[in-house]
Design a binder for this molecule. Sequence first.
Ligand code: FES
Ligand code: FES
Length: 169
Amino acid sequence: MPLHTFQLQINGDTRTLSNLDPRVSLLDAIRDHCGLTGAKKGCNQGACGACTVLVDGERINSCLTLALQYEGRDIRTIEGLAEADGSLHPLQKAFVEHDGFQCGFCTPGQICSAVGMLAEYKAGAPSAVTDGEVGELAGAELQERMSGNLCRCGAYVGIREAILEAAAQ
Ligand code: FES
Ligand code: FES
């Protein structure tokens, strides 16, 4: 298999990945070749959401995609959500204030997913729960929209409160 050298735009920085197997996943490229270890490898098969990152503002499971596909796209990881002066993203603040985590393993994925989810919700993207309608986020809507992100610690109450608070801001 010929190796490839290509560039990724991650958190506003250009990263050159040299001599990479074209089968390397976006998650492995981010973690192992760019040194950004916020996105986690939980299941590596699209079931847990721990690897969630944002591409052009949309959330994706980075373990299921090839890094090579994302050349030229705007990739954002948990490391790139805070402001340049270090102030946290409103969702990061809300997770801290509402104890939206215990061990923290799922947290980068939860927060990136919530950022993408709120953008989808505000854009009026329907979910399965409402069958074409957009329901109140405080109802089952939030549960359905965040159902791809699992938390083995069961910090769901805090996660829910944090997202609802950030959504209200
Ligand atoms: S590690 Fe990607 S969904 Fe679990
Ligand atoms: S905080 Fe431990 S897995 Fe979610």
